[in-house]
Design a protein around this ligand. Sequence first.
Ligand code: GLA
Length: 382
Amino acid sequence: MDLLSRVTEEFGRRFGVPPWFVVCAPGRVNLIGEHTDYNEGFVLPMAIDRAVWIALSPLSGQHILAYSLDFNSTTEFQLGDLRRTTSGWTEYLKGVAWALQEAGYPLRGWRGVLSGDVPIGAGLSSSAALEMAVARAFSAVSGWEWKPKEMALLCQRAENQWVGVNCGIMDQMISACGKADYALLIDCRSLDSTLVPLPPATAVVILDTATRRGLADSAYNERRAQCEAAAGYFGVPALRDIMWERFEAGAKGLDEVTRRRARHVLTENARTQQACEAMQHGDAVQLGELMKASHNSLRDDFEVSSVELDVMVQCALEHPACYGARMTGAGFGGCAVALVQADAAYQFADEVAAAYRSRTNIVPKAYICHAADGADIVAMPA
Ligand code: GLA
């Protein structure tokens, strides 16, 4: 059964009436532009056809009553009395409610049923999808206009300040603003975005290493701090502001590790803009080369890859249908992304999964994915 039917039917079973709204917000895969968002640079993600769905109806008071099909658990809280109590999915609901209220949005209560098919903790932004779906739900029942960029910023605030993860803006932006059939070049300083088509006859395959790293959060924060230190050394607001010549001339004064971190960000920003151009010219070969270079830079300069990610990328690159592959998302485990010939995508997924399994003894997953629309109301059944 599809997730639209699942949440709608479960809502009917629990509450005896159909829901007023079904909202949905997608996860994402980043094609290129990694660890550039919090340096106010460029990213090139696409929203994917895996999402969080909520069937809901407004309540007259300030009460939230939500049931998660995936966790088989219910949460209840009052909008006027938000408190951190647990660490699970519930905190994303409260965090978004908190950020919206702080920004002055009047919120109405609701009851609803949630479910999703973005794998959790895999680097495909299940958290951002949940946040954006909750924001879309509040907008639907509370009756104020949906402004995707502003909502992305508020959901990022919820994640930074309520959930306590110091992420950049990429994941929320693409979950809010994604467009079917396109990737989006996002300028993470201005939040301007450009629709970019995939090269003709190509497909995007996500390769999940089935590994997750516990220390990812502290390593992520450490990378951020190193980037900020490098920007401070050059006296600019963010690494985005340093041209290559200036970097080369001044980088000697940085310690070796910080220099490599900054070099990744500068080269990755350049690659991301070149990737956008390659896509606009339909050049799959060039895009693939840039993805390979991105992986090498993330592995060697930024040091956020892992043995399993490197093996997965290697297996992908050895396949004749592959133009390029790289780790995607924060790193330290999770997924790789590959650009492949569309007519060989299923074969590629099977053969690369088998090759990875035989080299690592780990059973991976592969998803052939399509670019999807951002957060929206998808049905009004009542
Ligand atoms: C995570 C963060 C994003 C971004 C990526 C790395 O997904 O949530 O903001 O920094 O890592 O590119």
